[in-house]
Design a protein. Sequence first.
Length: 329
Amino acid sequence: MPNITPHPDEHTKLRTTKLAVVGAGAVGSTLAYAALMRGAARTVALMDINAAKVEAEVLDLSHGVQFVPEAQVIGSDDVSVCADADVVVVTAGAKQKPGQTRTELAGATIDLMKKILPGLVAAAPNAVYIMVTNPVDVVTYASLKISGLPPSQMFGSGTVLDTSRLRFLIAQHCGVAVRNVHAYIAGEHGDTEIPLWDSATIGGVPLLEWNRQSEHHGPLNDGDRARIADEVVNSAYKIIEGKGATNYAVGLAGTRIIEAILTNEHSVLPVSSLLTDYYGISDVCLSVPSIVGRRGVYEQLQVPLSDAEYDGLKASADHLRAVAREFGF
């Protein structure tokens, strides 16, 4: 019988993966559901201080595992349920109310991070941590200081969702499949975020040169771009006003990041990580296109910026830095 030696990558593919989701609210439970549906991890662990809630969510999810890729769901109000996780996603935090800005949530959420992060890091010291709790950029910056983890190992979901919203609206306007749109939102996940129009493309065609001759799908003029940018920024507020929370798209966006990590994709995603001399911008967590893989954030890509985009990114950084200082970070 021949001696068959597995390819090194096969060990990674076959190893048991564990995802821990901290917070079993609308976002956390939906993210766990999305991760199960996509087969992102073999074990999904839910942790929440509300024992009855987490038990109910685990039961509900477990009753459906027959219909998803092979996985198990566990949960507890004890941090030990997160032990040895490969990825920890933190969704716990104060709930955003209608009309309330993400920044106004910062104080209570940072106080919560001070309580839960030390135990989490002790239980899963080698995990990659994805912060999803809003305001995600400031919470990520504070969490890095609280946890002592390196910036590559802990980062925020950033503008992955905002970028998805941007691409959807561009695709809708131009009459193309959303997967053929390559465009990013950078900066804060919030009111000061900016679309990177200069580097955006559709099927290799620069977006600013897009000139499809169609009765219903023309080029993107200045007014169209302003309308789309405004809709990206304000869509979360509209959803919260109508249904109380955003959960489906953010759950899918979070799962996309998880997949990039666990399968070591080296995908380019606009996550929120600590910048050091990124076009002269330092000491702030905000989103720029970054290479994401098994060990977290490998590199932040210096995407070409117009003068207006650079000014917008710098203004976003200044805003986030000022908010962090308000809370002692």
